[in-house]
Design a protein around this ligand. Structure first.
Ligand SMILES: C[S@@+](CC[C@H](N)C(=O)[O-])C[C@H]1O[C@@H](n2cnc3c(N)ncnc32)[C@H](O)[C@@H]1O
Length: 223
């Protein structure tokens, strides 16, 4: 059991935590492997809209948003094991049955496992900026991944992005411009769960706000 983030309390992902062993085996191609993630929920809860958060960290956005909107299903993906356990444990303890936390690389899950036109929204908040030039290629937001997000969004579905990092935001704007045939770019709109004076209300936002950093956000609506 992981104790590191929990100050000695044991963390138990339980039903809220999934990892790659819960996914079907990989086929010859992504098209063979993709499936409808709504099958994770009982049949009576599958016709709800479903949204994805990439890089959920400690799961604060999911906990806040899914508590306010119990008729929306949420999938969070987090590849750092300790954060995934922490987030899944929070979701299980609060009995937020409309959320599942996946421990995996989001690019793999989206590209290989997610059926077309699945999500109403995709949330990407404070993704790692990889500031060194030679690491820029590791950034989550890139034109080819935006095209993949376009595929998994339902018609008129939205990607929502916030970062504190000026250079990463310029990079995002550049890659968004390369996808102008796929999306209409708009200003960021705060989610229902953001508290007064917050943009989204994630852990990183709260930490960076104390440091006085400015935030940049945008939305992309699927054409
Ligand atoms: C800077 S943190 C932000 C966490 C949270 N969104 C917040 O605002 O507090 C970025 C998170 O994304 C996760 N992450 C980065 N790349 C990822 C990937 N390819 N797949 C899944 N998670 C990823 C990291 O492990 C980290 O927890």
């Amino acid at each position: 059991m992981s104790l590191s983030l929990s100050h000695g309390k044991p963390l138990e992902p339980g039903w809220a935590g999934l990892n790659l062993s819960d996914f079907p085996p990989l086929g010859q191609s992504p098209a063979e492997t993709r499936f409808d993630l709504r099958t994770w929920w009982p049949e009576t809860e599958r016709d709800r809209p479903i949204e994805l958060e990439i890089g959920s960290g400690k799961g604060t956005f999911l906990v806040q948003q899914a508590s306010q909107l119990p008729d929306v299903n949420y999938v969070g993906i987090e590849y750092a094991h300790a954060f995934w356990r922490y987030a899944a444990d929070r979701i299980r303890r609060r009995n937020l049955t409309n959320v599942r936390m996946v421990h995996a690389d989001a690019k793999t899950i989206v590209t290989w496992y997610c059926a077309d036109e699945l999500f109403r929204q995709v949330h990407v908040y404070f993704a790692d900026p990889w500031p060194k030039k030679r690491h820029n290629k590791r950034r989550m937001i890139q034109a080819d991944f935006l095209a993949e997000l376009h595929r998994v969004l339902e018609p008129e579905g939205m990607v929502r992005i916030v970062t504190d990092h000026d250079d990463y935001f310029a990079w995002i704007e550049d890659h968004v411009a390369q996808c102008s045939h796929l999306f209409d770019r708009g200003d960021f709109e705060r989610p229902a769960s953001a508290a007064e004076g917050e943009v989204v209300g994630t852990n990183f936002e709260r930490k960076y706000r104390r440091e006085g950093r400015p935030f940049h956000g945008l939305t992309l609506r699927k054409r």
